[in-house]
Design a protein around this ligand. Sequence first.
Ligand SMILES: Cc1cc2nc3c(=O)[nH]c(=O)nc-3n(C[C@H](O)[C@H](O)[C@H](O)COP(=O)(O)OP(=O)(O)OC[C@H]3O[C@@H](n4cnc5c(N)ncnc54)[C@H](O)[C@@H]3O)c2cc1C
Length: 412
Amino acid sequence: MSTDPTVIVVGAGIGGLTLALELHDKGIDCVVFEAAPQLEPLGVGINLLPHATRNLARLGLEEALAAVAVTTKESAFFNRFGQHVYSEPAGRHAGYDWPQFSIHRGDLQQVLLDAVRERLGAEAVQLDHRVVSASQDEQCATVEVEHADGSHESFSAAAVVAADGVHSAIRRQFHPEAAQPKYTGYMMWRGVTAWPSFLSGGSMVRAGWLSTGKMVIYPIRDAVDEQGRQLVNWVAELEAPMRDKRDWNTPGLIEDFIGPFADWHFDWLDVPAMIRAADEVLEYPMVDQDPLDHWTEGRITLLGDAAHPMVPRGSNGAAQAILDGRVLAECLAEFDPITALQRYEDTRLPATSQVVLTNRKNPPDAVLREVHERTGDRPFDRIEDVISRDEILALTEGYKVVAGFDKDRLAR
Ligand SMILES: Cc1cc2nc3c(=O)[nH]c(=O)nc-3n(C[C@H](O)[C@H](O)[C@H](O)COP(=O)(O)OP(=O)(O)OC[C@H]3O[C@@H](n4cnc5c(N)ncnc54)[C@H](O)[C@@H]3O)c2cc1C
């Protein structure tokens, strides 16, 4: 790099790449430093709700995303006996101006990466640049980068944004006391299986409840083989001792969690058969961290999971990182870097803290908890006798308001 960029973005994940596109859109130059030597299509499924797709569509990415994702048609809730509790349309099907996408994380990252390279240039994302620390003086912020061969380099910019995920090195540097993740008591096993389409072919299903086993199931790629099957993403959640560290890539074993789901043979899906046919199984502990009291130190700030790690529930990890990027780019376009970073924090820290805390207490599938408790975990005759439609709507709409994707707010 011949001249210092205005912004150094640390991490080419979902938040970092989106921020790079937002900055470019505002005419602000940046470089993205990514620790990995190659960007592999890691992870499994992510749901992009309309508040996230609105921003991605504004960046001109809707078509590219639609080509690789499954457009979600509905969100459907069932008890663990496969009985239907409630369904609501999703995205454009629900009258939003933007779609809801169910997508492989690797596909999402690739769409963002292609757009960054095309718009900002091939050099905009620097791989094998692990940022180990950040410092600043009155003129600039500086990051120290370590390469895989052990060599070190320093780079400066007017501002540094740490979008380096749940294990953020810069968060650890500025908030060493916040390093300990909080375990919720639930483990997650995640996988993908090529499987015939079920329900609408674009249904995001949540079934069961945590104490007896809960599943989230939705397709993320269409027509993955000659039989026209979809790639189906599934997540099994169970109460269990924390088994491993917080690592997105830890392989999991089907026998460790299949028990409570072994008799989930529904007329709309054979859940254990789908699990057993998985291409890949990963495990991940449901952990989050208490919200930080600040993200910004002068010219250095945090974004995405580095700023507000939350339990991966409610499809909001990626969405909140995407929303952060928009606000930060707008602030940087309007104010000097130090003021901009503080304004960004003033807007986004309270909003994301509320999502972190709501995901703990009242997640979007709280309706399943209600049904589970009111039925004493037994099959029901009529759902109307268990919970009224108004009660269901109060639970589901309440979450949308906190997470920022209620229709009124998005329309405004
Ligand atoms: C490998 C992986 C798999 C995932 N799988 C899923 C999934 O299946 N489903 C799901 O909902 N969420 C998944 N996530 C998390 C999800 O991407 C985030 O919750 C969300 O998108 C917020 O994005 P983010 O940009 O804040 O963090 P991330 O998307 O996690 O991106 C952080 C990026 O920073 C890089 N990085 C880390 N440390 C450094 C450093 N010191 N210097 C430079 N770069 C660094 C990482 O390699 C990564 O590319 C996964 C994350 C990762 C890293």
